[in-house]
Design a protein around this ligand. Structure first.
Ligand SMILES: Cc1cc2nc3c(=O)[nH]c(=O)nc-3n(C[C@H](O)[C@H](O)[C@H](O)COP(=O)(O)O)c2cc1C
Length: 161
């Protein structure tokens, strides 16, 4: 990635989901997520092929995008993998709550500004043979937007976490 692009500021979000087989909660930090349509409400999100969270999202097809304001939560979700640790066990009890959507209990982070429930519409895999892309793209249908008690947004400065 060209160094100059590392200066572009992005608000930090955490995408959370639930394993439809075990009921366990997963999530990862994500800055490459943005709204792309008002009506219907749509988002796109890029998730790295080496991450564990997308393997769970591919099964559940449903997730929550939570914009956060706490660097410690960004570290919990962005600097370790759900393959080996339970990230939710590292949160304080009031930092997330469960809401049921489509018969699934999903974890919503409560410390940031907004959370939006989303369904996967399409997964676009980057399969370029010469240079396979590092990330896959998810097109998401947005649903209810929840306002939380958080102070605002947290912009990511590359290398700051
Ligand atoms: C601030 C921040 C932003 C990140 N943004 C993204 C992103 O947009 N897409 C992505 O795939 N990974 C992103 N990551 C990396 C993942 O969050 C990280 O690899 C995480 O440990 C993956 O966890 P998992 O294996 O449990 O899914 C970001 C990490 C940080 C700290």
């Amino acid at each position: 990635m060209p160094d100059r692009l590392k200066e572009v500021p992005y608000p930090i979000a955490v995408v959370t989901t639930t394993d439809s087989d075990t009921g366990r909660f997963y999530g990862q930090a994500v800055v490459w997520v943005t709204q792309v349509s008002y009506e219907p409400l749509r988002f796109v999100m890029a998730l790295g092929k080496t991450r564990y969270t997308p393997t769970i999202l591919d099964k559940s097809g449903i997730c929550v995008i939570n914009w956060i304001d706490d660097p410690n939560i960004a570290k919990i979700f962005g600097r370790q993998s759900g393959r080996t640790v339970d990230k939710f066990a590292q949160l304080l009890p009031w930092q997330y709550e469960l809401k049921e959507w489509f018969g699934v209990k999903l974890p919503f982070l409560t410390t940031g500004k907004y959370s939006v429930i989303c369904k996967v519409k399409r997964k676009i895999e980057d399969t370029n043979e010469d240079l396979p892309g590092t990330h896959n793209v998810y097109l998401l249908a947005g649903g209810t937007v929840y306002e939380n008690d958080g102070r605002g947004f947290l912009n990511y400065e590359y290398g700051s976490l």
